[in-house]
Design a protein around this ligand. Structure first.
Ligand code: GTQ
Length: 354
């Protein structure tokens, strides 16, 4: 490939600068000065590899719990802000992540917004989230959806703090400038369907005869860890184990076989004891949350040692390789469905491998 246009050098002479000033005066600019930056040869992510250690962030979340109620805050959440994009309320360029706390006896009021959300439960003994009139009890490791524009509220009738990882497509919605949000007339929305209803209707490889997908998200709201963990366990016994990913599955919309949300995909993977994964990269910057075990992940030039509930992020096109001590499980999510829908997604597995 020739290099001229993609690697242009700036024109600095007084004569050029005078021309550029006249361009600026008419709201125009020289493409050749910025081409290499706006059409890079490969992704140049603004976000950086980073890790949030649960034992460091949890005390801050609990302090927030002493300072403000869930009701006052609307949502009591510590945003996990990427160090490369501070102040922008995001963990990657396209995805938001936060740790949400609901204390015993608290509720977080009912609202809805265009942004889609996922919850990955970290601590809960009887907390719930309600979506469209159906409550779902939260258990550690459960994956729960709040599709776009569905009313949702959270509550904790139990006796211990409830904490989960939030993942939302807020930066995508705001990039397109398409955000709407509103409160429900009632602080806690009425329960109109029995607990487990969506799991009964859609969680057994069956669906009601008359079902026609009313929206782009999965009609199944909750993916209990008891089920997904057993799937990983059996897949591990049946093999094979991928050289990069270990035993990896993706959460699906059971009505379509596609992703659970139109903008965010989510994954669960198991590493056998002593796993040493080969490097892999893809264009979807990925947020990982450790569910079980301890290990290390190499992300570009960084190495993150991780343990249960730690969150770390792998930016777009950074090589990542995972190593596990004992048997370990990682949850992850990214904007992969949005990239695929737009024809943007690429991945690279080791040459000759996989
Ligand atoms: O639970 O509805 O972390 O609206 C950010 C915005 C959680 C929520 C967040 C939200 C929510």
């Amino acid at each position: 490939m020739d290099t001229s246009a993609l690697d242009a050098k700036p024109q600095t002479s007084a004569e050029w600068q005078e021309f550029y000033q006249r361009l600026e005066g008419k709201s125009t600019a020289a493409l050749w000065e910025v081409l290499a930056e706006i059409v890079p040869r490969e992704p140049r992510p603004a976000c950086l590899p980073a890790i949030w250690r649960y034992n460091e962030v949890r005390p801050l979340l609990m302090e927030a719990g002493r300072r403000i109620t869930a009701k006052e805050a609307e949502r009591r959440v510590l945003i996990l802000e990427n160090p490369g994009t501070r102040g922008m309320s995001r963990i990657t360029q396209t995805v938001y992540a936060g740790l949400q706390l609901v204390l015993p006896g608290e509720t977080a009021p009912t609202h809805r917004h265009v942004a889609s959300a996922l919850r990955f439960v970290i601590e809960s003994e009887g907390g719930y989230t309600a979506v469209d009139g159906e409550r779902t009890t939260m258990r550690p490791g459960d994956f729960i959806l709040t599709p776009s524009w569905t009313y949702h509220d959270h509550g904790n009738p139990g006796e211990t703090p409830v904490i989960w990882l939030d993942g939302l497509d807020i930066p995508i919605v705001n990039f397109f400038e398409t955000s709407f949000a509103e409160h429900h007339p009632e602080e806690t929305q009425p329960v109109t369907r029995s607990e487990g209803d969506s799991l009964v209707r859609f969680g057994a490889g069956l669906q009601p005869l008359e079902y026609q997908s009313p929206r782009m998200s999965s009609p199944l709201f909750t993916y209990p860890y008891s089920r997904s963990r057993e799937t990983l366990d059996r897949l591990y016994r049946n093999g094979p184990v991928h050289e990069c990913h270990g035993v990896k599955v993706q959460f699906t919309n059971p009505a379509t076989g596609g992703y659970p949300l139109p903008t965010i995909g989510a994954f669960l993977q198991l590493f056998p004891p002593g796993f040493r994964g080969a490097p892999y990269r893809s264009t979807d910057a990925t947020v990982y949350c450790v569910v079980e075990g301890t290990g290390r992940s190499h992300v570009g030039k960084e190495t993150f040692a991780w343990r249960e509930h730690d969150v770390f992020v792998v930016p777009s096109w950074y090589p990542v390789s995972h190593e596990a001590e004992g048997e370990s499980v990682l949850f992850s999510f990214s904007d992969r469905p949005a990239q695929k829908a737009l024809g943007l997604w690429r991945e690279q597995v080791p040459a000759g491998g996989a």
